[in-house]
Design a protein around this ligand. Structure first.
Ligand code: ADP
Ligand code: MG
Length: 437
């Protein structure tokens, strides 16, 4: 791409100070170029540093190292050419719509009548005509965010930053506002030349963006850059769209899976997702209850379980890993084993789960054979921790072992003594392992 670069981040890292003044690295070596003419969506789990990236570009916080450039010069504070739309609208309750929008012109030296003309023009364009003297509390969420948009575009920025601008709105309101924004952009009714938006919604990003950046890990790094080759207007039910949803879902949930490859057999050190058996049953049940044919859209699933999308990912990953359910075309489908597990009684469930563990989770299989290999059928957890430690951090090794312990104890494929960290084959007593775990 040889179009002009409006915003550039080069080798940017950001640290904050923690409660004990210890440094917390939030972003590491982030490189982003925002070109003239494109909408880029930055996607990542909550806490991955998305807002921090926007705040650095908006000049609200400086990077710890690296460069943040606007048209080739370092951003030192707010730039006239860059505006931001905030997730929570950030309106002043004591100012009416007109005044809230006019604030977007503060940085520009304009006379009163010019300010007035530009403010009314923005209000009109964003669909707030007639609401000039209303106060934020008199407006619906959708109208409030329109004020947020109007305040951002009134300054005629060439770069528009949007931090989850639709996430506080209900679905139809978000959709209308998104369509209106896309219309303003495509018809060039706003002078904006590039948009960088942050989202944790896969579909929302895919409906708008020309390019997707996926921010991953702690500290956050850009993991993948994916051009979205879908024509507008985009149809979220088209096969092509669904295949993008799938691919992105895989990148987010399975760190080791390349963007265009499919999943391979997991290794011993596979970072098992933190999901408990009751949650997995709840999710299988929701798919069963809420769909006619044992498949459910991921976003509906999240709504149904009253969870955020990034909270449902570990559950979906676990179901996929165990061969209980799989994602295809953005929907979760129950697999044969998942149906059997759901329909079984308590004891049968343990058997089915145990089979799945031994078959699909190398670490579970490894633990059982290590115990069997010992004469006294006892192995200290340190043995497994140090193996995991070869490729995982100490903390992550411990976490992965805890997941397999909970799963293995539920299935009764081994016993584990929480007091001394010892694995054995003895069957734990009934009250130790119950469905409620
Ligand atoms: P996201 O927008 O992806 O959810 P943020 O950029 O808001 O993530 O935050 C990333 C991480 O940085 C979080 O762990 C958050 O707690 C931390 N963080 C953000 N701002 C500050 C701050 N001003 N001081 C200390 N920590 C912060
Ligand atoms: Mg954020």
């Amino acid at each position: 791409m040889n179009r002009e670069i409006l915003v550039g981040l080069h080798g940017v890292s950001k640290q904050f100070k923690g409660p004990e003044r210890q440094p917390i690295v939030v972003l590491e070596n982030v490189n982003i170029n925002l070109h003239d003419g494109e909408i880029v969506a930055l996607l990542g789990k909550s806490g991955s540093g998305k807002s921090t990236i926007l705040r650095m570009i908006a000049g609200l916080v400086p990077p710890t190292s690296g460069e943040v450039l606007y048209r080739g010069h370092a951003i030192k504070g707010s730039e006239a050419g860059i505006s931001m739309v905030f997730q929570n609208f950030a309106l002043f309750p004591w100012l009416d719509v007109f005044e809230n929008v006019r604030l977007g012109l503060e940085a520009q030296k304009l006379n009163t009548s010019e300010q007035r003309r530009r403010t009314l023009e923005a209000i009109d364009m964003i669909g707030l005509d007639g609401f000039e003297s209303a106060y934020p509390k008199e407006l619906s969420g959708g109208m409030r965010q329109r004020v947020g948009f109007a305040r951002a575009v009134v300054a005629a920025p060439d770069v528009l930053l949007m931090d989850e601008p639709f996430s506080a709105l209900d679905v139809p309101t978000a959709e209308t506002l998104r369509d209106d924004l896309l219309d303003l952009w495509q018809e060039k009714k706003i002078p904006t030349r590039a948009i960088l938006m942050v989202s944790h919604g896969i579909e929302e990003s895919l409906l708008l963006a020309d390019r997707l950046l996926i921010l991953d890990g702690t500290p956050g790094r850009i993991k993948d850059k994916l051009p979205i080759t879908l024509e507008h207007p985009r149809d979220r039910n088209s096969t092509h769209f669904r295949s993008f949803v799938d691919r992105i879902y895989r990148v987010i949930t399975r760190p080791e899976v390349p963007l265009f490859g499919m999943s391979e057999q997991p290794g011993l050190d596979y970072r098992l997702p933190g999901a408990n058996v009751q949650q997995l049953l709840g999710m299988l049940d929701a798919v069963r209850e809420e769909s006619d044919n044992d498949r459910l859209e991921l976003s509906e699933l999240a709504d149904e379980l009253e969870m955020e999308l990034d909270e449902v990912f570990p559950l979906i990953e676990a179901l996929d890993l165990l061969d209980f359910a799989h994602v295809e075309a953005g929907r979760l489908h129950l697999a044969e084993q998942g149906v059997a597990f759901l329909d079984a009684d308590i004891l049968e469930r343990k058997v089915i789960f145990g089979h799945a563990l031994l078959e699909r989770v190398p670490l579970a299989r490894h633990i059982v054979s290590a115990i069997e290999a010992e004469e006294d059928h006892k192995v200290d957890e340190e043995a497994f921790l140090s193996e995991l430690n070869e490729s995982l951090t100490e903390e992550e090794a411990r976490r992965v072992l805890e997941v397999v312990v909970a799963w293995g104890r539920y299935a009764e494929i081994f016993a584990y003594d929480y007091d001394n960290g010892e694995f054995s084959l003895e069957n734990p007593t009934a009250e130790e392992v119950s469905e409620e775990e």
